[in-house]
Ligand binder design. Structure first.
Ligand code: RUB
Length: 409
């Protein structure tokens, strides 16, 4: 079959098809042939006619069924994919096609999987509802922090900063994405000492507190680390899903530990940032939800990372929209956040979001406890619909935070 043979603008996708939305900028062909090339190279075709093709193969061809300028939709028969195998799916729909010489650029903008394929994966074990039940917090955004400096703190200092963040008012404390088990802060010691801090903070505040230990490592090791967290009384693990890979994430989810999975997406921008080429973050968000993460970083709009409102909105939708009965995943806003941004964040995200700040808590002039207090005060003020400036008159930690970071004072 030639590339053009993979185009049928009259085709009506079956409810079992996988649908992919691409934007294609051809370099060598017209859009029809380029689109056909994408469908061919991600299903049963190649650059030349084959002698090995069989009559029964035709029904396995991916079909371009819509071309609108550069925007193209491709339908893939479900039989092309192995159930419960995310690497396999992505090797087809987002594999070799990105390297085709004939294309100037190619963007996978969205994916729509049929229920049968979605159901072959586990999906989130906890999701928004499960996490709220665990933390017993129902009516406000959750407040998290990332221990900073991200690398280098010794274990006991890490555990002390965590303790201070919790007693100041954070619900969650998280390791940074590149902290694993370095000499200065080995994993097992860190988990034990930080969970001890958590227990003290819970006893002192009467609030539930959680620690997201970064278990990112080679897969067997990662699973061992998850087991260790569980043995020590932890309730959460954190995984760098892009650098670990979807196979590792699936392995972790398959073990079905009673552990909430927090997904960090370090590295995603290597292929999500250029709007003309690569894979959109909402595709990653869908894949992560289908496999079964409970929380995922989705961008902030207002912080230090680059994503636009439209992109972050699409990421949130991927986590929360109805999807074959899958639980909703908690969107995490993280990167360059501070108390002054809480009203805007809450307006944009709604109450179902984790607001996470590293520098915006540990950079508070009066230290981590004050930084965490300022963040909780900002959340409390926002929930009560009191302007931060007004609330800050009676809350000195917030006042100082606004002086440091916000233009309003
Ligand atoms: C947070 C930080 C995170 C980013 C990643 O530190 O650097 O790892 O959230 O970005 P700080 P994203 O609060 O000091 O900026 O969440 O968008 O993937």
């Amino acid at each position: 079959m030639r590339y053009e043979d993979f185009v049928d603008l009259k085709y009506e996708p079956a409810h079992t098809d996988v649908i992919c939305d691409f934007t294609i900028r051809p370099k060598e062909f017209d859009i029809r042939k380029a689109a056909g090339g994408v469908a061919a190279e991600s299903s049963i075709g190649t650059w030349t006619e084959l002698t090995t093709t069989k009559h029964y193969l035709k029904k396995l061809a991916a079909i371009v069924f819509s071309i609108n300028g550069a925007d193209v939709k491709v339908a893939y028969p479900i039989e092309l994919f192995e159930p419960n195998n995310m690497p396999n799916l992505l090797s087809s729909i987002s594999g070799n096609i990105f390297g085709l010489r004939a294309l100037e650029s190619l963007r996978l903008r969205d994916i729509h999987l049929p229920e049968k394929l979605i159901k072959s994966f586990r999906g989130p074990k906890y999701g928004i509802e499960g996490i709220r039940r665990l933390l017993k917090v129902y009516d406000r955004p959750l407040v998290g922090t990332i221990i900073k400096p991200k690398l280098g703190l010794k274990t006991q200092d890490h555990a002390q900063v965590a303790y201070e963040a919790w007693i100041g008012g954070c619900d969650m404390v998280k390791d940074d994405e590149n902290l694993s088990s370095q000499k200065f802060n080995p994993f097992e010691d860190r988990v034990m000492q930080t969970l001890e801090s958590r227990d003290r903070a819970e006893a002192e505040t009467g609030e539930r507190k959680t620690y997201m230990a970064n278990i990112t490592a080679e897969t067997d090791e990662m699973v061992k680390r998850a087991e260790f967290v569980l043995e020590q009384g932890g309730e959460y693990v954190m995984v760098d899903i892009i650098t670990c890979g979807f196979a590792a994430l699936q392995t972790l989810r398959k073990r079905d530990f009673n552990l909430v999975i927090h997904a960090h997406r370090a590295g995603h921008a290597a292929f999500t940032k250029n709007p003309a080429h690569g894979i959109s973050m909402n595709v990653i968000a869908k894949a992560a939800r289908i496999i079964g993460v409970d929380q995922l970083h989705v961008g902030t709009v207002f912080g230090k990372m680059h994503e636009t409102r439209k992109e972050v909105r699409a990421n949130i939708k991927a986590l929360k929209a109805k999807m074959s009965g899958l639980k909703q995943v908690f969107p995490v806003a993280s990167g360059g956040l501070h108390p002054g941004l809480v009203p805007a964040l809450t307006e944009f995200f709604g109450k179902d979001c984790v607001i996470q700040a590293g520098g915006g808590i540990h950079g508070h002039k009066k230290g981590t406890v004050a930084g965490a207090k300022a963040m909780r005060q900002a959340v409390d003020a926002t929930v009560k619909r009191i302007p931060l400036r007004k609330f800050a008159q009676a809350h000195k930690e917030l006042r100082v935070a606004l002086q440091i970071w916000d233009k309003v004072l």
